[in-house]
Design a protein around this ligand. Structure first.
Ligand code: MN3
Length: 248
């Protein structure tokens, strides 16, 4: 068991490191979080440019209003991408280096790299974790794993909600796969995430909720609990499931 665990640990670390493989930015510029398969497993590749929002600004209404989506994507998230590219240029990070690679050793870079690299990565994932057209149920291997880790889907929802509610100030709550390939829930402050070497919680984020006020304040004001409860109705479980099956 110890051997298997060490092997898994090594292959997760290996997979993250393999994100360093340089890929022409033009090839993947429209394909963030695409899957790359290697001998030791599969990784995701997120690049510094914003990918197009996978739906219209108003597509998630009434749960997330169009104005919030437009400001969030075209102002907040766009600024993270722009500032990340500035930091990469200033700190001589090679073109084509993935965010997964940068975040895995983010302690070696500036606060600007940490805040904007995390900010860009988290939002690229966040848009894909949501979908319009009605509430979807989680099924298949991911549901089995959620039930094994948290007893029931209801209990998972309660724990993720608690994690998002108790994050003081700005941050994110995550469902992530830890380095022992176990599902875990945790929150991180600001734009940190479990890929970061300096994060106390480490692993591969599968699903994340943005609890910065800019994500919900126009519609929900101080009612973070209502935003979180409604957000569960727009989760793109097909996407999260595929992500889980790629790395589990
Ligand atoms: Mn945000």
């Amino acid at each position: 068991m110890a051997t298997r665990r060490s092997f898994l640990k090594a292959s997760v670390q290996g997979s993250l490191a393999i994100g360093a493989v340089s890929i022409l930015p033009t090839v993947l510029s429209s394909c963030s979080s695409s899957k790359k398969t290697s001998g030791s497993g599969s990784v995701f590749t997120t690049l510094p440019n914003q990918t197009p929002l996978p739906y219209a600004y108003n597509a998630l209404e009434p749960i997330i209003d169009a104005q919030t989506m437009e400001i969030h994507y075209s102002k907040h998230a766009a600024a993270y991408s722009k500032n990340l590219k500035e930091a990469m240029a200033a700190e001589s990070v090679a073109d084509g280096t993935s965010l997964e690679t940068i975040l895995g050793k983010v302690s070696a870079y500036s606060a600007k790299m940490r805040n904007n690299g995390g900010g860009h990565y988290n939002h690229e994932l966040f848009w894909k974790c949501m979908k319009p057209n009605g509430e979807q149920q989680v099924t298949g291997k991911l549901l089995t794993a959620i039930e094994a880790s948290f007893n029931s889907f209801g209990n998972f929802k309660t724990k993720l909600t608690e994690s998002a509610m108790t994050r003081f100030g700005s941050g994110w709550a995550w469902l992530y796969l830890d380095t022992d390939k176990k599902l875990q829930i945790a929150s991180t402050p600001n734009q940190d995430n479990p890929l970061m070497d300096l994060s106390p919680v480490k692993g591969i984020p599968l699903l994340g909720i943005d609890v910065w006020e800019h994500a919900y304040y126009l519609k929900y004001q101080n009612k973070r609990a209502d935003y979180i409860d409604n957000w569960f109705k727009v989760i793109n479980w097909d996407f999260v499931q595929k992500r889980y099956e790629t790395v589990a």
